[in-house]
Structures are given as C-alpha cells and as structure tokens.
Design a binder for this molecule. Structure first.
Ligand SMILES: [Fe+2]
Ligand SMILES: [Fe+2]
Length: 211
C-alpha cells in the first residue's frame, strides 16, 4: 500500500471518530487546518500571536491552556480565503471537520456585532474578543520602536498609541475597551498581560527584534 493511500485511509478513519463526538482538537489539528486554509504570512503570525496570548491568559485563570491556544490559532481560519464570509465560513469548515460546538462558538463569538450574533459568554470567549484587536495595536507599536521588539515594550507606550487615533487606525479601540469591561479588568492591565503573552511567542511572530 502506498504511503499516500495509507495516510488517506488514516485521515478518513480519524474523521469518522470526529463524528462520534469524541474529537477534542489538539494543537496539531489546529495547526494543520490553519495551514490548510491560510497562506498569508501576516495572518499566520496573527494566529500565533493570539495563540500565545490565549495560552498566557489560560494559565493566569487556571484554565485548559491547549484549548485556549487551539481556539486562538484558528479564530480567523476563514479570513484568508473567505474574507466576505468571516466567522460564518469558519463555522461551516469547523463543523465539517467535526469540531465541538464549544470551540466553534468561541471562534465565531470573536466577531460579535460585526460578523456574528454570538455574544462572548465564557471567560475564554471574552478574552479572545478583548485581545484579538489589541495584538494588532501592540504589534504596530512594537514595530515603531528602535528595538522592533515586544520584549522591552511597556503598556504605557501602547496606551500612548491608543490615544492617538490616527495610529493603527484600523484597530477598533471600542471593541478592546468593551472586551476589558466584559472580562472585568482595567485596560492597562489587559494591555500588560497581552504584551506578556506576546513576549512568549516573540520570535515566532517576528517581534523579538534586536533584543
Ligand atoms: Fe477576525
Ligand atoms: Fe483576529
């Protein structure tokens, strides 16, 4: 039997298992589907940034780190190929792959009020909603620094850029503010913790810079 046929058979049997509701997506499942649907380097970097931050918050809240990271990795799964169907296409793809509703709901609720009617409810969902846009503001701020790094970046510097509405104008500050409120934490604390999460993956997301 050729290697290809054997691996196709393996894929088919694992997808049957997924339909039995026993499927808990692992990080390697998330990476595989992420690479299957995304070729954009910047989107993949964003996925790794959000993964790092979700893992950091999971540890902080004593939650299941792999679950939080997996959801962070795939939260924009459909955006490269189907930007006009953002969130709804991710739901379809993940349902087709047998992903549990808890994971799918978390993914689509990050677009609440924009491309999804599912309001963030769990702490995992609220965190994803809050940090998604914020990682963009932090990355843009880090890129402006002489070090080009998140390792020496402070929340104070990011907060200064927050107030400059022309800087990274595409970052919706209102969503981040709303997310912090939902989580019950101050904006500065949210920024501090999000920077800490991004530091853990600094090299992977190209923000280790010269440090
Ligand atoms: Fe998104
Ligand atoms: Fe995102």
């Amino acid at each position: 039997m050729s290697e290809l046929i054997r691996s196709e058979q393996h894929d088919r049997s694992s997808s049957y298992q997924k339909q039995d509701q026993l499927f808990i997506p692992s990080r390697s499942d998330a990476l595989k589907i992420l690479k299957q649907y995304n070729t954009s380097e910047s989107l993949i970097r964003h996925a790794f940034a959000v993964e790092g931050v979700m893992g950091h918050f999971a540890d902080r809240f004593g939650q299941d780190r792999e679950k939080w990271q997996v959801i962070g990795l795939v939260h924009d799964l459909d955006y490269d190929l189907y930007p006009d169907q953002h969130c709804s296409k991710s739901r379809t793809i993940l349902e087709e792959h047998g992903w549990p509703w808890e994971y799918i709901r978390a993914v689509i609720s990050h677009g609440w009020g924009i491309c999804s009617e599912f309001e963030p409810e769990s702490m995992l969902e609220k965190t994803l909603y809050a940090v998604d846009e914020l990682t963009g503001l932090i990355a843009s701020t880090a890129l402006m620094r002489p070090s080009v790094s998140v390792l020496d970046l402070t929340a104070k510097s990011v907060n200064k850029k927050w107030k400059d509405k022309r800087f990274a104008a595409g970052v919706d500050r209102a969503i981040i503010e709303k997310g912090a409120q939902m989580m019950g934490i101050e904006r500065l604390e949210l920024i501090t913790e999000t920077i800490m999460g991004m530091r853990k993956v600094a090299e992977t997301i190209g923000l280790k810079g010269s440090i």
